[in-house]
Design a protein around this ligand. Structure first.
Ligand SMILES: [Zn+2]
Length: 258
């Protein structure tokens, strides 16, 4: 069964002070997850483990980035109907991101990539990023929506859902932290319909009565490995291009200039 690699270590929380002497790290990844109910088959930290796994894979491939400790509680107001779910208010998350970014700036790190694996986080993350860009001239990029991106990249070969605690999330956990999953409790639940004309901001208990959705019985570690590999192949060359172009928006982004 494929397993998440552990070397080289790129997570700041697991590194000693020798990295301070290294000139090779010029950017940081900030994983943001959630602590919320994911049914009887997946852990509360599913989104946090996923965000950290994606960020680690990006950083390892790049070789010049550090992965910050993940923010393990996200904006999960919509999952509060289910037991033990924890949530930050959007403005709290925004302030935490800004404070972490200020610490990075203090150490001369001005490039930050936020990796969110939970749908409540991108809005406050974007608000923080806009303020950091406007007021601190920091270079902040956001990676979000990993399920939709993976589905687009792999849909011809893999069935990937975009649901909560369904096939795609269990697949990544079977790859990244299989000891935390209980595949015997995995079930097939109706798929959430997400392509709605406007988005009503409300708790999810009306649309997802059990607190989870999607067909988790189809999950596999192989699919999890394929998802992470496809995301790395899709995102890392673009970050290298940002590096080459000084992290400035330009006509090259719109392919006007090749
Ligand atoms: Zn999740």
């Amino acid at each position: 069964m494929p397993e998440r690699p552990s070397e080289p270590e790129v997570r700041l929380g697991y590194l000693t002070g020798e990295i301070m002497d290294s000139e090779s790290y010029d950017k940081a990844f900030l994983p943001i997850g959630a602590t919320e109910y994911h049914g009887p088959h997946l852990p509360y930290g599913t989104d946090t483990i996923t965000a950290e796994t994606i960020a680690e894979a990006f950083a390892r491939e790049l070789g010049n980035a550090i992965v910050l400790p993940p923010i393990a509680v996200g904006v999960s107001h919509h999952h509060l109907p289910w037991k033990w779910t924890l949530s930050l208010r959007p403005d709290t998350l925004m302030l935490v991101i800004k404070d972490i970014a200020e610490s990075l700036l203090h150490h001369g790190i001005s490039k930050l990539v936020i990796v969110s694996a939970h749908d409540g986080n991108p809005a406050p993350a974007e608000a923080a990023a806009r303020i950091l860009s406007q007021e601190r001239d920091m270079k902040v990029a956001i990676f979000r929506g990993w399920q939709g991106t993976a589905a687009r990249l792999l849909a011809s070969d893999w069935e990937i859902d975009g649901d909560h605690a369904g096939q795609s999330e269990l697949s990544v956990i079977l790859y990244a932290a299989p000891e935390t999953a209980n595949t015997e409790a995995a079930t097939a639940q109706p798929i959430q319909f997400t392509d709605l004309p406007i988005e009503l901001i409300d708790t999810f208990d009306g649309t997802v009565p059990l607190g989870y959705s999607g067909d988790a019985t189809r999950a596999s570690a192989e699919e999890g490995e394929a998802v992470i590999g496809a995301l790395v192949a899709h995102v890392v060359p673009y970050i290298r291009e940002l590096d080459a172009r000084g992290w400035k928006r330009g006509t090259w982004m719109s392919r006007i200039e090749s």
